[in-house]
Every structure is written in C-alpha cells, then in structure tokens.
Design a protein around this ligand. Sequence first.
Ligand code: GDP
Ligand code: MG
Length: 596
Amino acid sequence: TDPGVIRNFCIIAHIDHGKSTLADRMLQLTGVVQPREMKAQYLDRMDIERERGITIKSQAVRMPWEHDGETYAFHMIDTPGHVDFSYEVSRSLAACEGALLLVDAAQGIEAQTLANLYLAMEHDLTIIPVLNKIDLPAAQPEKYAEEIAHLIGGDPADVLRVSGKTGEGVEELLDRIVEEIPAPEGDAQAPARAMIFDSVYDTYRGVVTFVRVVDGSLGHRERIKMMSTGATHELLEIGVSSPEPEPTKGLGVGEVGYLITGVKDVRQSKVGDTVTSQAKPADAIIGGYDEPRPMVFSGLFPIDGSDFPVLREALEKLQLNDAALSFEPETSAALGFGFRVGFLGLLHLEITRQRLESEYNLDLISTAPNVIYDVTAEDGEVHVVTNPSEFPDGKVSEIREPVVAATVIVPSEFVGAVMELCQARRGTMEGMDYLSEERVELRYRLPLAEIVFDFFDQLKSRTKGYASLNWQGEGDQAADLVKVDILLQGDKVDAFSAITHRDHAYAYGVRMASRLKELIPRQQFEVPIQAAIGSRIIARENIRAIRKDVLSKCYGGDISRKRKLLEKQKEGKKRMKMVGTVEVPQEAFIAALSSD
Ligand code: GDP
Ligand code: MG
C-alpha cells in the first residue's frame, strides 16, 4: 500500500466515554463488519474484558474509507485504558500519527484521558478533539468544548460533536481523519524495522504479534529477528486484521498488522521491541525499549495445600499471555507453599487473581500487597526487598521507596477534601490548575505504597464519586520506614509482617494484635500476641487459657452426641495450622489478611 493513503490513529478516552461504541459505528460505516454480524463492543472479544467492561489488550483494525475519489487505509489502534498498562499505551501511541480525543459530552475530560493526551502530545501526534454522546439530554457540548480548547488550544467550534450511539457526525469524523492526520513517513529501501505494540497468546495459533512497520518491509516466509534478544523466527503468517485476520504477502512502510511465528510465549515477542529481517538487519532499535517492571508484589497461597501444582501451572499459562506477570515460589510457615507474584499495579493483581479463581477453580489467600524497597544495611549492602521477610535484620542506614506523580481531577468544591487525603498519605503538592471555573486538576507527589491499597476508594468516597485519578512512576525517595513483626507466643508469623512508615507502625501493630485475639480460639495455655519492631515490643494482647474438657458438657450421658463432638473437633483440626505450639485456624489467617 502507498504510505500516502495510510492513516494510523488511536482513540484516547476515559472508561465509559464511548470508545467501543464509536469503534462499532466505524466498523459499520466502512463496511468491514456486515450489519447482520454486528454486535455491541465488537472488538472487546476477550471474556475478561467483557466481564469488566474494560479493554486490557490493544488491537489494530484496518478499514477502507473513500474520500474525494481516493480509497484510504485506516489503521485504528486500540489502547488499553488503565494506568497499570501505561507502557503498552505509550507503545500504541508511538505506532500512530494521530489520536482522537474522545470526551463524553455530559462528563468532560477525566484524569486518565488527560494523562494519555499528554503522552500523545509528547509523541507529537495530531489530536482531533471529539465530543461524544451528544444525543444525551444531559450533554453540554458548549461547556466541554471550551474546556478542551482551553487544554489543547484551538477554537471550541472546531471540536467535533458526534454520537456513537446514533451515528451522528461519525462520517464527518472519518473525513477529518483523512484531512488532518498526516500519512506515515519511512524509508522503503532501508532495512526493515517494525515496532511491536502488542502481542497476544492464542491457543490455536500461538503468539500473535501486532506491529507497525516504520522502514522497509516484511514478507511471508521471511526470517525475522527480534532486536532486543537477537532471537530469529520464520514468519509463518503475516497479515492485517479487518477485523478478522486476513493473511497478506507482506507489510510495508506505515502499515499495521500482525505476525505469527509459532512461538508459544509472549515474552519472546515483547511489546516495545523492534522486528527486523535476519538477512538484512537494521542497526538501531526504534525509540528505546523498556522491560515491563512489576510495581506491586503479593504472596498467593492455595487454601488447599494440595492445589500448589495447579497454581503453578495456572500461573505459567497466564504468563504466556502476560509478559508483565512474574512469580517465584515462596514458603510461609503460616500459609505453606505458594508464590510471590509481581504485578504492574492493583488492577493487574485483581484481574490475575480473579482469573486464577474462576478459570482454574483455585481458592487463594493473598497476603497484603507491597511495593519494592531498596534497603541499605549498615554494612553498605543494598537489599532489594519485595517481601517483608527479605528485610535485613539489624540496623539499616537507608530505605528508599518508589514514588509516583499523581493527577486528580475534581469539581472545585472538593479540593479541600482531596488535599486532606493526599496530606494524610504523605503527599506533597506540585501544582494545581483550573480546567474551567468548576473543575480543578491537582498534582501530587505520593509514595506508591500509600496509594496501592485504598487510596482510590477513599478519594471516591470523599468526592461523592466525582474525582478521577491517574499516576505514573517517578523514581524513589528515602523514607522513615520500619518492619513490624507479629509474634504468637514469641514466634514470628511471617504472613503478618509488614513494612510501614514509622508513624503508622504502632497503629498496624495494635490493629493486627487485637484482630488476632478475636480470631484465634483459646488454647490449653495462655498465648501472648505481640507486635514488634526489631526486638522492641510496640503492642501486646493475651489469649487466655482454657482448661475445660470439651466432653465435660455432655455429662457423660449421650454417646452419639459425644462421638459427633469428637468428629467435629477432628475435622476442625485439619484446617488448623501450627505456629510454634499454637493452633491457628486457617480462617483466622484469611480474616486477618483481608483488608477492611
Ligand atoms: P468505552 O468504555 O469507552 O469503550 O465505552 P462504551 O462504548 O462501552 O460505552 C459506555 C456506555 O455508554 C455504554 O452503555 C454505551 O451504550 C453508552 N454510549 C456510548 N456512546 C454513546 C452515545 O453516543 N450516546 C449515548 N446515549 N450513549 C452512548
Ligand atoms: Mg471499551
């Protein structure tokens, strides 16, 4: 295809602002999906996406569009909407020349959209602003067109107004894409270079890799080379999605399509990597390459210890399609055999856990998530701590924790409430801007550990649901952190250790000690529960002893009742874990670890 007629674009939108619905109308108007085959949110095909209504993996669709007697080839690249997948978003943007900024005309722009808009501007994409859902009675297109023009410049009258639902304005939008978004430029004679912006594992076809060709071309049956690893593969199939896969002879400058090489693991086909030809390799990777880095770690343990091999197999399967998922075996005295699993963020953790439970039928306990700390011991050695149990004993000279740059958008009446919350979470304000008279953008620097738990829930409840949040990693900082251990009869219970800010350590210790006192049944002897920082005890509770024989309340009378009681007791024993000499029911661990 002549690069002059190619237009590559993505849609930047907040969840529920109508991206999938608009994509449906485009598929219809360009004729690539026949009316009788049309179903809502056509492109969201993964089950998990349908369930949660969000797009996790990006995809690319090729559509033809006639304009002034010429047939253009559009490649619409779908970007994941959530902050946990921001590296994938940035690669998808890098594969485009333009972006549609899609904003719900009854809601206005939200924090995540803003973050992706800034990313698109950094990549020098042409932005076409579009107000959607103008059919809604509550739509206020004039007001939000002002807001958008204020943000990106230009005249509010130039902001397109469409309805993905009724189709109004969508043809005009397709024409604007031809007129405003530049055609791709690249050197057709140069060695091939194609950037991977997504790779997906398919049970039948193995890994399907989505690429944007920058220079040269790739052809069917050619041997290709992954530039970050040097690994080579034969191109068994190359083609475009329209939206069903259509094999072609090859892909040239500016084209977007898929490759199949028979590899079985997405880690061999990494998002951000550059594909070149083995016979005539290029010498530079496109735009640098980042390995996905897990930000949040949690221990996952099967409730039924015999499920451990099933959990291992399930994690290995998920990893085929999720290059960002990392895990290694972990043994806990309290919880048995499990895995320490690394995630990009809390949503990633939640989705993974949900899939393990629903698709693999596993019952899991997960320990409180924590971030990565760099702990410098007194002897100068630096420990990378992803698990409280790796925290070095003895004195430490410095602890560094990851920090993020967070953006919150709220109606101005809630500014005070947001500031209060951010301050309580050790945040420092970096700036504040009025998007309009009623809406404010607040920028904070916050420790990642303070926002991974319940920050978003708190933010929502303090702003009646109006706030939107986005954040991205911004290095690390030194902090006054300590490890708090929980001891039962003098023995540490590893699953309950936590790394917290010194100011929160006491509260954590008191809370865990009193929770456990409620949850652990009385034993034949007294059991002290202690919370400690090193050897210093900061909180203490006691579980008093029982001496009574369980059978004594039966007055020696009814034999069958006695037997029943004994059996019941035996059953209970099975679900008990021994911590030192203390019997702890498994339910106590689960309840103590659940956050509320
Ligand atoms: P996405 O999360 O951005 O992909 O949003 P969806 O396309 O899934 O749309 C979210 C909700 O808004 C759905 O209930 C759609 O039916 C609805 N919606 C999308 N576009 C329009 C529109 O133009 N008008 C109206 N009234 N509703 C719309
Ligand atoms: Mg969607």
